[in-house]
Design a protein around this ligand. Structure first.
Ligand code: ATP
Length: 255
């Protein structure tokens, strides 16, 4: 069982996690915050020990053993411009990476847009859902699934899963990790408009595929080229021949 006191004592945020909702079991923490009008407070965190329908991108699943990991979502409510959403998305994986590095001195890599890898294995996944009013995004829900103390993973995965415990060699405090992530993420959320350059630089410094020949697969098509850069608005810049294209969506892998 999550020890809320142990989490709270290390929480150093102004708004993220100040309204903290623990629900033993629900379908999906993202769906809960997207659909439940009762929770409106900026920074509300909903955490669950067990999600019966944990989601990834494009209807993919997120599976997590109850009581061993972290699966939670954060509600952000203020008008965001679309490029800021990219920064919130990339920044979510950056906050997890920074937290794992700070607490356990493990080397973490990031895969565009937001996979968190240790030794090329996936330790965390992120899912953003949003609602818009006009051309502004009025509400963003940032979901994080982090493999913390789970020792084994069954099933078929595109990317082999791992957990912090597996990589670090011993069980770690979920509470301490959670507070560290929220602290780091709030700093990123606050900087999403005016500090985007630095956030994206920090993200890029952990991305191994930059400069490599890649393919980007989406439902519509597969594109090939060199992973040239992440631009100032968080889009992936794909170079093919003399052409540069900004990509907002897809699965990236080495060619
Ligand atoms: P991918 O990791 O394939 O690039 P994605 O970025 O869409 O996919 P997410 O949306 O973060 O990934 O998560 C869904 C994917 O993660 C699914 O492909 C699923 O097989 C895999 N997955 C589900 N549960 C876990 C877990 N606990 N640890 C690692 N991977 C998982």
């Amino acid at each position: 069982m999550l020890n809320i006191e142990e989490f709270d004592i290390k929480l150093d945020t102004d708004f993220i996690g100040r309204n903290f909702v623990f629900i033993e079991q629900l379908e999906s923490t993202n769906s809960f915050l997207m659909e439940n009008e009762f929770y409106q407070e900026n920074g509300t965190v909903v955490i669950s020990e067990y999600q019966s329908q944990g989601r990834g991108r494009r209807g993919r699943e997120w599976n997590s053993m109850p009581g061993q990991n972290l699966t939670f979502s954060m509600l952000l409510v203020r008008p965001y411009r679309p490029p800021e959403i990219n920064v919130l998305n990339l920044g979510a994986s950056l906050a997890i990476a920074q937290s794992i590095e700070n607490l356990y001195q493990l080397k973490v890599n990031l895969k565009w847009p937001n996979d968190v890898l240790i030794d090329n294995k996936k330790v965390a996944g992120i899912l953003l859902d949003s609602a818009s009013q006009g051309d502004r995004v009025s509400k963003v829900v940032v979901g994080m699934g982090i493999n913390v103390n789970q020792s084994g993973f069954e099933g078929e995965f595109l990317f082999q899963p791992t957990s912090i415990r597996r990589e670090f060699g011993q069980e770690v405090s979920r509470e301490r990790l959670l507070s560290e992530i929220l602290n780091n993420y709030e700093y990123i959320v606050k900087g999403s408009r005016y500090n985007a350059h630095k956030i994206l630089q920090d993200w890029k410094s952990r991305c191994k595929l930059l400069g490599e020949k890649i393919q980007i697969v989406s439902e519509k098509e597969t594109k090939y080229g060199i992973f040239d850069d992440i631009d100032e608005e968080g889009y992936l810049v794909l170079k093919s021949g003399e052409d540069y294209e900004r990509i907002s969506y897809g699965d990236v892998s080495l060619r």
